[in-house]
Structures are given as C-alpha cells and as structure tokens.
Design a binder for this molecule. Structure first.
Ligand SMILES: Nc1ncnc2c1ncn2[C@@H]1O[C@H](COP(=O)(O)OP(=O)(O)OP(=O)(O)O)[C@@H](O)[C@H]1O
Ligand SMILES: [Mg+2]
Length: 274
C-alpha cells in the first residue's frame, strides 16, 4: 500500500519525480514538453528490488511495536505452533488453534471468541499464546496478558486520572483480539468484580473477539464473577461471545516436568559412569 502511494506520488508530483533517479521512468514528450512520466517494467522491477529491504524493515519494526504493546510476558513469547509439543491428547487443540488463527479474519468479522477451560497445566495458556504470536507475526493487533496484569494496570492508571485510563480502555477496545489469561485466579472483591465487568463489557460492545482461559468450570466461573446483587452480567457476556472449549486432558506440566527430571537423572548417571 505504502509503495503504491509512493509510486502514485511520483507519477503525479513533478517535484517528487525530480528527486528520484531517472532509472525508473519513461518520459513522454508532446511538442517538446515533458507531459507524462510512467514507470517502465524494468523501472517497476527495480523499484521493488530497491525498496523491498526498506519495506521489510518497516514491517519488522511495526511487528516489534505490536509485540511491545501486546503486554505479553516474556515467558509466552516462546509459545508458537512451531514449538508446540504434540501429544495424542493435545493434537486436536493444536489443529483447532491453527484453524482458528488461519481463519482469523472470518472469526473477527463473526466475533468468534473462545472460553478455554480445564485443569491446571493442560496447556490453555500455551495454546492461546500460540494464537497470539501467530497473529502478531502477521501484523494483527493483539493484547494478551493475565487478568492480574489487567487489574494492575487499572490500579496504576486510575491513580493517574481519567486520561491514562481512557487510553488503556481504548487499547483494549481497539485490539483485533484480546486474550485474558487465567480469569478466575484473582482474589474477588466488589472492586475487582466491577473492574472485570467493565473490561468484559467494553470488549463486548466493541464486537471484536475475546479469548479467555480459566481453571474454573463454566458454572464456577459464573459464580466467581457474580456480584452481590446476584446478577450474572459478566459471565453472560462472556458466554454470548466465546465458544466453550473444554481442555481437560493429561496436564502437560506434569509430563514435561517428568521429562526434565528424567533427562537430569540421565545426565547424572552419565557423570557417575565417567
Ligand atoms: N503444547 C505445548 N507445547 C510445549 N509446551 C507446552 C505445551 N502446552 C503446555 N506446555 C508447557 O506446559 C506447562 C503448562 O502449560 P500452560 O501454562 O499453558 O498450562 P495451563 O493450562 O495454562 O495451566 P494453568 O491452568 O495452571 O494456568 C508450561 O510450562 C508450558 O510451557
Ligand atoms: Mg495458564
């Protein structure tokens, strides 16, 4: 897009043209006056060649900025479909995650979010950050962090006044995808529940997808998010825009922990054998 604009500028703007090297253009003369400047095929090819590196660098900088703005913890930057450790149990979720990511434009238009729930260590966070990293690498704006990070930011920004909070809320609204990891792990209070409601509600009104991960079964999440008045407004909104995905499989944390322990023991044995 950028490149087309630049080419358009040069075609239509004489002074811009005059700053560019002649190599890209054919001049058209009528009655001895230069009236039209067009790109030759060779010029076009050369333009692409000369500007590809520049455009690639611009894109990489853009991705870097998206990643910085995503609020993602360093630990989760390594969660990618390439690094996905597949087991018989989690293969379905690998395929599903890739399918969701590759079809994100459609999922965005249809506002298809996910509520991924299951026991600790099954890979809910890993899967959702794989989706986040896939989309970020493709230039899509994602915010992906835990509920505790969101609540921390709200506490911090509220103390700075309305302006900071408005900017933060706009970021949450603007993102093509918002991922809230570990919802339900927070210590409940009226204040916490009302802030979670505000975040969920602003996302709900933005009509853009939301992915939530939680240890709690849907009914327990509903109870956890319900205020004293007994109205289930937060959970109902999540349930309306997120498809429930049950990830109750063998916890990978234990499988991976066991593997690490075994390889440590093997190393130790080798050491003794020497
Ligand atoms: N598919 C995977 N490939 C590689 N490592 C994985 C995969 N799934 C999970 N892990 C690793 O297993 C551990 C547990 O995964 P994760 O934190 O995603 O689980 P979780 O279901 O979110 O747990 P919790 O409910 O406690 O938040 C982590 O160390 C993670 O990096
Ligand atoms: Mg998790």
């Amino acid at each position: 897009m950028q490149e087309l604009n630049q080419l358009g500028d040069i075609k239509n703007n004489k002074s811009a043209y005059e700053k560019k090297p002649k190599v890209y253009y054919d001049d058209w003369f009528v009655n001895g006056k230069r009236t039209l400047m067009t790109l030759t095929n060779e010029g076009n090819r050369k333009w692409n060649e000369d500007h590809k590196k520049e455009e690639d660098e611009k894109f990489l900088k853009y991705i870097e900025k998206l990643k910085l703005d995503s609020l993602m913890d360093n630990k989760f930057k390594k969660c990618t479909f390439n690094n996905f450790y597949k087991t018989k149990d989690n293969e379905f979720y690998f395929n599903f995650g890739q399918f969701y990511s590759r079809n994100f434009e459609k999922n965005k238009t249809e506002n298809n979010g996910l509520l991924i729930y299951g026991k600790p260590g099954t890979g809910k966070s890993f899967l959702s950050f794989c989706i986040a990293n896939y989309l970020l690498d493709n230039g899509i704006k994602v915010i992906a962090c835990s509920i505790s990070t969101i609540l921390e930011k709200i506490r911090e920004y509220s103390s700075f006044g309305d302006n900071k909070m408005t900017v933060f809320n706009n970021e949450l609204k603007k993102a093509d995808l918002l991922i809230i990891d570990d919802l339900g792990s927070e210590n409940s209070s009226e204040w916490v529940n009302s802030k979670i409601y505000e975040v969920i509600d602003l996302r709900y009104r933005s009509e853009k997808p939301l992915i939530v991960t939680t240890n709690l079964e849907p009914d327990n999440l509903k109870k956890k998010l319900t205020n004293k008045d007994g109205i289930t407004r937060t959970y109902d909104r999540i349930f309306e825009i997120c498809r429930p995905i049950d990830m109750n499989i063998q916890p990978l944390r234990i499988i991976k922990g066991r593997e690490k322990q075994n390889s440590f023991l093997e190393d130790l044995n080798k050491l003794y054998n020497i």
